[in-house]
Design a protein around this ligand. Sequence first.
Ligand code: GLC
Length: 560
Amino acid sequence: MTSPTRTHDAPPSRTFDQWWRDAVVYQVYPRSFADSNGDGMGDLPGITSRLPYLADLGVDAIWLSPFYTSPQKDGGYDVADYTDVDPRFGTLADADELIACAHELGIKVIADVVPNHSSSEHPRFQQALLAGPGSPERDMYVFADGKGEDGELPPNNWTSIFHGPAWSRITEADGTLGQWYLHIFDTTQPDWNWENPNVHDLFQNVLRFWLDRGVDGFRVDVAHGMVKPEGLPDATVTAEGLVDIPEGEAPIYFDNDGVLDIYREWRPILDSYEGDRMMVLEAWIPEHRVPLYIGDDVAHQAFSFGFLQATWGADTIRAAIEQPLAQAGAVDSPTTWVLSNHDLIRHATRYGFPPDYQFGEGLARDERSNTVLGLRRARALSLVMLALPGSAYLYQGEELGLPEVADIPDELREDPAHKRAGVPGRDGCRVPMPWKREAPALGFSRTGESWLPQPPEFADLAVDVQQDDPTSTLEMYRKALHLRQDLGLGRSEEPIEFLDAPDGVLALAHSGIIVIVNTGETPVDLAEWSGIGQAEVLVSSDALETGELPANSSAWIQRL
Ligand code: GLC
């Protein structure tokens, strides 16, 4: 399957009632948000009980990471039943209740859909194992004969994102060694065969199932996956033997044009429902490919991952703002801004790494970050993000300034990447939320259980400590979210104006406010800066007692 290159010379007319265009979406990682039944793992009733907190914080929508039936080999991104709730998280009735309560509070609900792979415990995969080569059951997944005399070598040289080979050989029902199946991720996550129309039907029904239950949209997992190149050719590999990612391209098994046809199938389904149902894609693809995925007949938006990779500095941050804004203009869909999610080192820790830190390279999670500096910079950058036009995706706990937890004992780590390759993995950003300073499991679970241990430093970051403290990260987020709403910052269509500013300072103006971030090492005197004149500080990431914007901080100001 191929698709033509899209052009954008005639943007469609639009209205601003499309809520997602400027929404602040809060990602809830269900395992770690709030545990209502005391088993140490978060659940849907727990989330429902905390919705008033989110309404009060000022978010427009929540995105729920998977809560479906799953053996939890990859934190629920290994789905065994897409249309049921895992008993660990509750029941379908609990999901209905959550959606209804969120809607009553004016909060939209985005569900996660995981179409690249299922769990190996999915009944369809189990049937495929039993049915044998060449059967329709086996054709639901990507099975292939091995190479070598006895098929003892994998069908090609692809490696898994979680390290090691991307193929595993099965034992056939008669006990002989048999075919191989593809798993771009863990061995417990076999890839669906999107060449098979039955896979298309299955997922269309999944979408309808959740749309019927009232969800307002979907976050599509590995949205650039699904369609594999014809003939499953070998990839070029790096010196380490890993699938290469050539400059300006995605790995061979991602970002194949055929995947766009899946969104062309899904979009009319979403459009056939009342209300603005949307989809946002998790697609780690080169920037120049993003516009193909966004438009009236494909997805509404895609995560823009450039901003979170910006190194600390006025020029780098400016470039990371300009690029997605230019792209948003080209596709007529406001950009998305993201700083953290459940796969990344929390940004309060990332921005405390030494200056030579390159995103995704160099430093392991366990290496020490300057957490004081990291938090200051994280607050400053979050405030910049929340002023920008477009939608902002927050990850639970960033509003508390939570750091990455580095010292989780290995035996408690659950990330399959850790299990496969011994790397620290992503558990450090998934540690349960601290709600109350003086409570068992910091209020996460009434019994004191928590599936990952919370470090002592989480106590002082608990919600009840930060609430009503005007200097806290939580109150900074709350204030910014409410101001953003009141001033219509997210939906501004005015071009952003970058102002002349002292070295190391980035200043931009739009919608009547000026956003300044001081990435330098010395304070900037706002009163003496002629570009600003007399001004009122609306919100700042650090105290501005003497009219100076300290190093590593930011502010929103209004000219008087
Ligand atoms: C996405 C998810 C990640 C998961 C992977 C495989 O990248 O965000 O958590 O491990 O897909 O489903």
